[in-house]
Design a protein. Structure first.
Length: 101
């Protein structure tokens, strides 16, 4: 009987974690700046990414310089960051998005 209670507890705890917001899947985008009254995006967009897998390895370059280079941007006017995560970070991607000319 004790084993059955333990199994039920583990199942309920796992279900609680998985239904919590953002635990199974998360995809959010937010600005990197705070001065929104003069925001000019520009005509070009560049992106750069960094990845993480199994909490063990990470690779990539999500820097603004790399994003600007990818978008052939000489003057950065604005930047966002975007985060995508699956199963509590089992797989993660961080993207920097820059806008400019």
């Amino acid at each position: 009987m004790r084993t059955l209670k333990h199994i039920v507890f583990c199942i309920l705890a796992t279900a609680l974690v998985l239904i919590s917001p953002g635990c199974a899947y998360m995809h959010v985008q937010r600005p990197l700046g705070t001065n929104f009254d003069n925001t000019q995006l520009g005509t070009k967009e560049g992106r750069s990414n960094a990845y993480s897998l199994l909490w063990l390895v990470a690779w990539g370059d999500a820097g603004t310089k790399t994003a600007a280079k990818q978008g052939d941007i000489k003057v950065i006017r604005y930047a966002d960051t975007e985060v995508k995560s699956v199963l509590l970070g089992l797989y993660s991607r961080v993207t920097t998005v820059v806008y400019g000319d």
